[in-house]
Design a protein. Structure first.
Length: 226
């Protein structure tokens, strides 16, 4: 009798822990699925050419709450970064190549809906989901002649700005954007471990940032049920 009671308590503890969670929290790792093409900015005194870069890496955190049986509300904060080269030349000096930095901080607010669930007795389960919502971004500007002129003063001189000055300029000239997104993927729970793999596509006026109106990303999350 005692063994039966102990077994029942153990089973109830194992099964309630993952299923009674009201949400989850954890870390997110992603990779952008887009390419920023090379570009050239020129006038009668100088030319600046930026190099192509693609698929930037992002890192951040997430929190979600299960509102109803099939719906969840989630918030995600991520930082994105990439390096690129840009070349500056003018009428008096040969071309010089520098390293630039592009990136940004993004916030995603999403309503997620389960469309198909799969349970694993005593351990957890998984589900396919879709979702959509609102996003906010702060991006760094790409290098152009106005940037170089702000740091040098005279485009006919030999360039002499430092990477620290470049970083300061980017911070002071950040670009704010908003948009909306859709996403789809798979969630898997094992006891209190919570994992996601999903694709997200964001829409907005991003042409002056990446040259496209929208961009995609592939994401992985690892967290804990709460």
């Amino acid at each position: 009798m005692k063994k039966a009671i102990l077994f029942a308590l153990l089973v109830s503890t194992v099964t309630v822990s993952p299923l009674a969670a009201i949400g989850g929290i954890g870390l997110q790792l992603g990779q952008g699925a887009f390419t920023v093409a090379s570009s050239q900015d020129t006038n009668s005194f100088a030319t600046l050419t930026t190099g192509e870069f693609s698929n930037p890496i992002s890192f951040g955190g997430f929190l979600y709450l299960d509102l109803f049986s099939d719906f969840s509300l989630e918030a995600e904060l991520q930082l994105t970064a990439s390096e690129y080269d840009f070349e500056f030349k003018n009428t008096n000096f040969p071309a010089v190549t520098y390293q630039g930095y592009w990136g940004g901080a993004s916030t995603y607010i999403t309503v997620r809906k389960e469309i198909f669930g799969l349970g694993i007795p005593f351990l957890g389960g998984g589900n396919l989901f879709v979702g959509g919502g609102y996003n906010m971004h702060t991006f760094a500007p790409l290098a152009d002649l106005s940037l170089v002129e702000s740091l040098m003063g005279d485009l006919t001189d030999d360039p002499s700005f430092s990477e620290d000055e470049l970083v300061d300029f980017i911070k002071e000239n950040k670009i704010d954007k908003t948009g909306f997104h859709v996403q789809a993927g798979f969630q898997f729970k094992l006891l209190m471990i919570d994992t996601f793999v999903y694709y997200r596509h964001s829409f907005g006026e991003f042409e002056d940032i990446i040259g496209e109106e929208s961009f995609g990303s592939l994401n992985f999350r690892l967290g804990l049920g709460i």
